[in-house]
Design a protein around this ligand. Sequence first.
Ligand SMILES: [Zn+2]
Length: 453
Amino acid sequence: MGTEVDLAVVGGTVVSSTGVGRTDVLVRDGRVAAVGPEGTPARRTIDAHGLYVLPGMVDTHVHLMDPGPTEREDFPTGTAAAAARGVTTLIEHTHAHPVRTPDELADKVGHLRGRSRVDHGLAAHVWPDGIDGIADAWRAGVSFFKAFTCTTHGVPGLGETELRRTFEAVAAVDAICLVHCEDEELTASAEAALRAAGRVDPGVVPEWRSREAEAVAVSRVVDLAVETRARVTIAHVSSPAIAELVVAGRERGGRLSAEACPQYLLLREEEVLREGALRKFTPPARIRDQADEDAMWDLLRRGVLTHVATDHAPSTRGQKLAGDIWEAPFGLPGLDTTLPVLLNAVASGRLSWQDVVRRYAEEPARIYGLFPRKGGLHVGADADLVLVDPEASRTIRDEDVISKAGWTPYAGRRVRGSVVATFLRGEEIARDGRAHDVFRGRYQPGPGALASV
Ligand SMILES: [Zn+2]
């Protein structure tokens, strides 16, 4: 190799899903041109001695509320949090401003032009009267279809017949569906009983959104996925009991992915009693003791939980605490903290470096058709890189949160392993916890659009 490259990242410890080794990464025209000690001249050289070099993370479950309730989050702010903490590609959907048709997708793609610091795909919502439009939306380029089994966040729940038709339509074009699983009947009857009893204490959250309601819905969704052969991701798997239902479905031939979110790996069920709306998300946290926590990390490490996503759905403290527990919006901020808590899991021995890359970059990229362009540092991939200092420690603090939320449920935790810099297609987009003021993020159409070109 004689010709000059644009960027050389030299001397770092490069992490791929298959190995970890000291080598160089060379970038030309925004892509990885070579991985190896090539000694090639470069326009810019970054000394990465002592640092780990990871592919950019791929976060496939993100709500940036834009267009939508941008007082909660927007693309410029949410993608600043992503860039600063090592996420270079995300897949977004906003419940209050759903994409259901090719026209709605085109409008949103246009709206977001120049507003994103990272690459982004866009997911569609399935509305009961929109099931016939699934094939068209897939060919238009949506990344996946989001479905609910219960009416939540203003999105209507799908009944069994509607869900079956949805999965059949998804299977027919080999698309993929992300399903939020809680039983409509059980959650509605629990809500009615709790309200009738005059309950407004935060303890209503786990009683309303019960383990049983989640398990009943997951069982039904798994059965339908097995029957229809549709590719389905079970969103935010909250506990080992739910993971077992997914495993049983796989053993019957189900093409099932299982999403892990940090809140089910780290937060305790009882926190809601103390923190109220600041721990209102659904399904709620399920961990009760260290054994539960260990079991969840083990499921992630073994790949039973296939990939990590944040389910970033922020509200400010003021928005969370404005009304009673029933009125408070669901959801947590996550983009600021997800890679940091995974890096800390490496420091504490729960995960390997390769596990982080596999679970938060390669596997989500594979599941949603972004691989091999995203998710790895092989030749030809987009040069999305994260430089990590494995020794740097810091305490997570609300004042460092970039998301409009301005707070995090992980405040006060000490974490080791810190993102030093982030590169998107070979250009630096963040350094030392701050995103640069550049909006080079590109829309990434889903595989249905690429297939129909
Ligand atoms: Zn979500």
